[in-house]
Design a binder for this molecule. Structure first.
Ligand code: ADP
Ligand code: MG
Length: 256
């Protein structure tokens, strides 16, 4: 893991809480402590409603905690203004969603250029970086296709390329394989693994799938807004090298 002695956490949560106000206030997260080191690759698991998306949204500066401290690279996120938060989201963090969130009427290439529109990157450079990112995810020959001309797995690869164009330190992916068949899901894990290994990008994914989680290095499990498990994956799998076990053994694993 990236938690080598002496290295500072890239993300550090201390006593973090989030309550959704309403007629009946709902606890999203409660008293969460978490250190994530540069180069970590984590899976966030837990039942529906346990706080996984809330955690990802806080880590991604899409939302702010109501309690506790969140240091991103040593900087207290709670004290930053909206513009600074937007800057962090755009420059340091790449987001990937279950439903890809691509613009439908726009080519793969143009989708990948979008995050650079706000960063003052010149048009020629934008195109070049978008092309490179698409080539990196194996879509060099699909750049001019629209999302509806691509498979789910290919659309998710476009979304990964779009997340890469500003060279983020962190990729946050909320159920990136949730809408994909098993084979495409493993292909996505292969891409995330190589970004983690080769580019040193810190990766967090939310998943319900224990087999997907075994392709990461560390699993945290949430329950009722709290972290109840935080453990290293004993023998992380390399994408494509191991057959998915039968449903029965997966269920057994989920219970343990
Ligand atoms: P998960 O992603 O694990 O399914 P969430 O983080 O989405 O869980 O939700 C955690 C808890 O917070 C749930 O009880 C959920 O109903 C509640 N919650 C999430 N988002 C909101 C919101 N915008 N308004 C009110 N309650 C919310
Ligand atoms: Mg969720």
């Amino acid at each position: 893991m990236g938690s080598a002695a002496g290295s500072e956490p890239l993300l550090r949560l201390r006593g973090v809480g989030k309550v959704y106000e309403g007629e009946q206030p709902v606890v999203g997260l409660e008293d969460v402590d978490l250190d994530i080191f540069p180069g970590d690759f984590l899976a966030v698991m837990g039942p529906s409603g346990s706080g996984k998306s809330t955690l990802m949204n806080l880590l991604g500066c899409l939302d702010q905690p109501d309690a506790g401290s969140y240091l991103l690279d040593g900087e207290e996120v709670g004290q930053l203004g909206d513009d600074q938060l937007a800057g962090i989201r755009n420059q340091r963090i790449g987001f990937i969603f279950q439903t890809f969130n691509l613009l439908a009427r726009t080519t793969a290439l143009a989708n990948c250029e979008l995050p650079m529109l706000y960063g003052g990157v010149l048009p020629g450079e934008r195109r070049e970086r978008a092309r490179k990112a698409l080539a990196k995810v194996g879509l060099a020959d699909r750049m001019d296709h629209h999302p509806n001309e691509l498979s789910g797995g290919q659309q998710q690869r476009v979304a990964i390329a779009r997340a890469l164009v500003n060279e983020p330190a962190i990729i946050l992916a909320d159920e990136p394989t949730g809408n994909l068949d098993s084979k495409s899901g493993i292909e996505i894990m292969g891409i995330l693994q190589s970004l983690n290994r080769e580019a040193g990008i810190t990766v967090l994914i939310v998943t319900h799938d224990p087999f997907i989680a075994r392709h990461t290095q560390r699993v945290i499990r949430l329950q009722d807004g709290r972290i109840v498990v935080d453990e290293a994956v004993a023998h992380p799998l390399r994408a494509g090298e191991t057959e998915r076990p039968s449903e029965v053994s997966l269920e057994e694993e989920a219970r343990t």
